[in-house]
Design a protein around this ligand. Structure first.
Ligand SMILES: N[C@@H](CCC(=O)N[C@@H](CS)C(=O)NCC(=O)O)C(=O)O
Length: 271
């Protein structure tokens, strides 16, 4: 049995799958896809994943794309420990969370990532290289957001929308976690693993105040518990410290532009 994951260390969607693999103690082979170098657009990779995104899981002869569908596949094929509730209502709620996180919050989190953290690299590209990179992106929405991040960064209207969308996610999660240990009930499910990389990215961007100091205590407690799981260390805690330090500095620089779009200001700015 071979299980080969084409992924990127920093990619939130890849982190979801790495979290599930770690939770289930499954051994896997790693194939790093360098997104900055454009390896996601090579013909060989596009043959695996026509959207030109990571992750892609190859299990024996099956090529599996879309992180949410990969997570369910892993839980079908490696049922222990289960990462989906048995009760159909709870399972439906888990899927609704995953759908919302993927459809709404993934693009918003990505917009914040590229406007704040990715922009220096995008700005350093020649205009020909930047156009080629944008043209290579097959998904129009992804392309539009990436162009806005490159050209206008934190001044883009899409950035304002992304901040609000992230704030709504944090509020919705805090509400769900008030009175329950996990997003759906008290047991960690695929919904928690799907949400975790987005919350982590905010902290890695130096914006932990949005979690800790903005009255979102239930979310802060959940985040602390998720970070104490062994899967955190393998899937997310492996990001190199110098990269995270650089991200935190870039996030602190962007704080005034983040803060001006917030509905609920934290009690203190990022330290
Ligand atoms: N819906 C897809 C989204 C995957 C996705 O957007 N991946 C990002 C990294 S998190 C990517 O590969 N981006 C390619 C690029 O930046 O060109 C999934 O969940 O697998």
């Amino acid at each position: 049995m071979t299980l080969r994951l084409h992924h990127n260390l920093f990619s939130a969607s890849s982190q979801k799958v790495r979290l599930a693999l770690a939770e289930k103690h499954i051994a896997w082979e790693s194939v790093e896809v360098d997104l900055q170098a454009g390896q996601q657009h090579t013909p060989a990779y596009r043959a695996l994943n026509p959207r030109g995104v990571v992750p892609t899981l190859v299990h024996n002869d099956a090529i599996l794309i879309e992180s949410a569908a990969i997570l369910e596949y892993l839980d079908d094929v490696f049922p222990e420990p289960a990462l989906r509730p048995v009760d159909p209502v709870a399972r439906q709620r888990m899927r609704a969370w995953i759908r919302r996180l993927d459809d709404v919050h993934h693009p918003a989190n990505g917009m914040m990532h590229y406007a704040v953290l990715g922009r220096p690299t995008l700005r350093a590209l020649s205009s020909d290289r930047l156009s080629a990179l944008l043209q290579a992106m097959p998904n129009r929405r992804d392309r539009t957001l990436r162009a806005a991040a490159a050209h206008l960064g934190v001044d883009a209207p899409e950035f304002a929308d992304a901040v609000l969308t992230q704030e709504e996610m944090l509020d919705a999660m805090n509400d769900a976690l008030t009175g329950s240990a996990c997003l759906v009930g008290d047991t960690v499910s695929l919904a928690d693993l799907t949400a975790l990389p987005y919350v982590a990215r905010l902290e890695q961007m130096g914006l932990a105040v949005l979690i800790e100091s903005a009255g979102r205590q239930a979310l802060a407690d959940w985040y602390g518990r998720m970070k104490r799981r062994a899967s955190w260390q393998t899937a997310i805690g492996v990001l190199p410290a110098p990269v995270v330090e650089r991200w935190q500095a870039l996030g602190r620089q962007a704080w005034p532009q983040v803060a001006m779009h917030l509905r609920r200001r934290p009690s203190s700015p990022p330290g």
